[in-house]
Design a protein around this ligand. Structure first.
Ligand SMILES: CC(C)(COP(=O)(O)OP(=O)(O)OC[C@H]1O[C@@H](n2cnc3c(N)ncnc32)[C@H](O)[C@@H]1O)[C@@H](O)C(=O)NCCC(=O)NCCS
Ligand SMILES: Nc1ncnc2c1ncn2[C@@H]1O[C@H](COP(=O)(O)OP(=O)(O)OP(=O)(O)O)[C@@H](O)[C@H]1O
Length: 199
């Protein structure tokens, strides 16, 4: 039996940071953000649907998607975001399932699905256990502004496009509080994995 762990949290809460720690334990990670980039590469079905829906203004000169421009549209308009989600999410789900199957067939005991929108997209049925990476709102805004060189307004628009992080706490099997140092988060993760007899 393979245990599928869902890793989730809010934007800039620290999912990738925790995913790296899990990788160091030798656990394979399937990252929805990475897949969401792959399925919109030039030539993919979702790419053409996006160009049809949003027009050529959201493209770079070389034809690839201008993520900043598309982001400025969808993070400020829920209807447009839903439109993009309805194009990208089915392709992401298909690819995630294929990868998951491949790892299961390869005999992996534990697989992690890193899915930022696990609750929003109602994907909890895909996983056996859920780890939530939590940060306080102020820390989240500050880290997002620093990492992406966003204004406060840009950072808050992205955070508000997701379910409030505090509402996700009661939906998770384990919560890693990532307000402190990375090594404090690392310790919390090790405790959870031991409790679940994964390490
Ligand atoms: C709008 C896009 C082009 C902006 O690209 P950009 O490179 O700036 O951001 P990136 O893809 O790295 O996403 C960063 C984070 O934003 C958040 N986010 C992304 N898309 C969404 C969304 N539709 N709704 C809410 N939050 C989102 C996630 O926390 C994600 O980790 C891109 O985010 C996108 O295509 N989004 C739709 C697909 C999607 O939902 N991806 C997220 C997981 S499947
Ligand atoms: N405990 C910590 N202390 C200080 N900085 C941290 C900590 N954890 C993460 N960070 C930093 O905060 C930022 C966000 O972390 P990370 O990229 O892991 O978040 P994420 O949840 O994967 O983001 P996204 O949803 O955008 O993919 C990064 O710049 C990271 O280096």
């Amino acid at each position: 039996m393979t245990t599928i762990i869902g890793l989730t949290g809010g934007i800039a809460s620290g999912k990738s940071t925790v995913a790296k720690m899990l990788k160091n334990y030798g656990i394979p990670i399937i990252d929805a953000d990475v897949i969401a980039r792959e399925v919109v590469e030039v030539g993919e079905e979702a790419y053409y649907k996006i160009v049809e829906a949003f027009g050529k203004d959201i493209l770079h000169e070389d034809g690839t998607i201008h993520r900043e421009k598309l982001g400025a549209i969808v993070f400020n308009d829920e209807e447009q975001r839903k439109k993009l989600n309805s194009i990208v999410h089915p392709a992401v789900r298909t690819r995630m399932n294929e990868l998951k199957q491949k790892y299961i067939e390869g005999g992996e005991k534990t697989i992690v699905l890193d899915i930022p929108l696990l609750f929003e997209s109602k994907l909890t049925h895909l996983v056996d256990k859920i780890i939530l990476v939590y940060v306080d709102y102020d820390v989240q805004v500050k880290r997002l502004m620093e990492r992406n060189h966003f204004t406060r307004e840009q950072a808050e628009a992205r955070i508000k496009a997701q379910m409030p992080l505090k509402d996700k706490i009661s939906l998770a099997d384990a919560v890693l509080y990532n307000n402190g140092t990375i090594s404090e988060t690392e310790k919390q993760l090790a405790e959870v994995l031991k409790k679940w007899q994964i390490i």
